[in-house]
Design a protein around this ligand. Structure first.
Ligand code: PLP
Length: 400
């Protein structure tokens, strides 16, 4: 049993990893896919083996359902390949993947730095539970430079949290520069890498703990909620895993199985969605109704040079800032008129989405005003020509 784990293989290319990771020797009676192992009780052949707990090469022990089982291990290995890390902890949502490492690395009297562009519920835990437990958080301008972040560091700063780009405003962060400052002062770098999935390799850029909402591109079909916390060292893994198990976090095996299935096609989906996303973003840029498009992969993005330095590609989520002359009601009518774009939160699925974001963005260190009404676009796997025709039809509802 302990050997039914494949080692992450960073030497294969991405598409190969996504086809093969987490499958070697999975004791699935020859079936291609790892089985779903649901369960609480784990039976032991005798009392002695119960006492000594058989361990695999990563010290993983199957003693009780909450400790995880073969389905979890298979997905953990896939995520390690996606992120370029060595150990992974799975939790029930992307949000739990945000909160668990924050709770793990911060204690009363500590200070945390968080980007003003952080995913909203990340701000909520900083201002909620963390504040109640005596942790102070300072929100910083996302595009801050090395000297700027150094000036915000305090002797008790234990975490520099990053998210690049922010998933509503798409500012990039100079993660290697932030990591240099953090590490020089003994702080850990946590990163929500959901947008950068596989296009940004966190551990090559100084990140200690990488967070993924597997709900997005790994799941890929808008039918599962799941999160991962990946580390590159055993020390960090022990801290994260310890916190997750103390708080009783768990990921349902059925959801892990769905994420494994999603991961098998993720390399091709990401490639297609990158191309389609860029095509639609460029089309928006060409339209007179649009003031600017917030997409790090476009040369017009103010931090495109940073994007080219650190990212190997982009995902299919971006923002569109309309001309300031349009009212909210007019933009709502445009969105409502679209046939192929759903109106809803989340992203990374096979279906396209359009979400009004103006009025939903909280900022305390920088201005939330992007100069015009803003709509977040997620591009799915539909044909780009159909998507553009739908958008063109929608824009025709706007007054000239
Ligand atoms: C969706 C999302 C999360 C949270 O994931 P859930 O599974 O929905 O809880 C975290 N970070 C970012 C950037 C996200 O977009």
């Amino acid at each position: 049993m302990p050997d039914d784990v494949s080692k992450p293989r960073h030497d294969y290319r991405f598409a190969t990893q996504m086809s093969h990771a987490g499958r070697a020797g999975t004791h699935a009676h020859g079936f291609v896919n790892p089985a779903v192992h649901r369960g609480s009780t784990v039976l032991h052949p005798d009392c002695e083996s119960r006492r000594s707990f058989a361990k695999d090469r990563y010290n993983r022990v199957m003693t009780y359902g909450t400790q995880g089982g073969p389905t979890h291990y298979a997905l953990e290995d896939v995520i390690c390949d996606i992120e370029g890390g060595t150990r992974c902890t799975l939790v029930g949502t992307g949000l739990a993947a945000v909160t668990v490492p924050l709770m793990a690395y911060l204690k009363a009297g500590d200070h945390c730095l968080m980007p003003d562009s952080v995913y909203g519920p990340g701000r909520n835990i900083a201002n909620g539970l963390l504040a109640a437990y005596g942790v102070e958080t300072t929100f910083y301008a996302p595009a801050i430079d090395e000297a700027g972040i150094a000036a915000l560091m305090k002797p008790n700063t234990k975490v520099v949290y990053t998210e690049s780009p922010g998933s509503h405003t798409f500012e990039l962060q100079d993660v290697p520069a932030l990591a240099r400052v953090a590490h020089a002062r003994g702080a850990k770098v946590l990163m929500d890498n959901t947008w950068g999935i596989h296009h940004f390799m966190p551990f090559k850029h100084g990140v200690d703990v990488s967070i993924q909402a597997l709900t997005k591109y790994v799941g890929g079909h808008s039918d599962v909620l799941l999160g991962s916390i990946t580390t590159n060292t055993e020390e960090d893994f022990a801290i994260v895993r310890g916190a997750a198990s103390q708080m009783g976090h768990f990921a349902a095996p059925d959801d892990c199985w769905l994420a494994l299935r999603g991961a098998r096609t993720m390399a091709v989906r990401l490639k297609q969605q990158e191309q389609s996303g860029l095509a639609v973003a460029r089309w928006f840029e060409s339209r007179p109704e649009v003031q600017r498009v917030l997409h790090p992969g476009l040369p017009s993005h103010p931090q495109h040079a940073l994007f080219k330095r650190d990212f190997t590609g982009s995902c299919s989520l971006f923002g569109v800032v309309f001309q300031p002359r349009y009212t909210e009601a007019e933009i709502f009518r445009f969105i409502d008129s679209l046939a192929l774009f759903g109106i809803g939160a989340s992203w990374g699925g096979y279906e396209s989405l359009a979400l009004p974001t103006t009025g939903f963005i909280t900022r305390t260190a920088t201005s939330p005003d992007l100069g015009g009404f803003t709509v977040r676009i997620h591009i799915g796997l539909e044909d780009v020509a159909d998507l553009i025709a739908d958008l063109e039809h929608g824009l025709a509802t706007l007054p000239k």
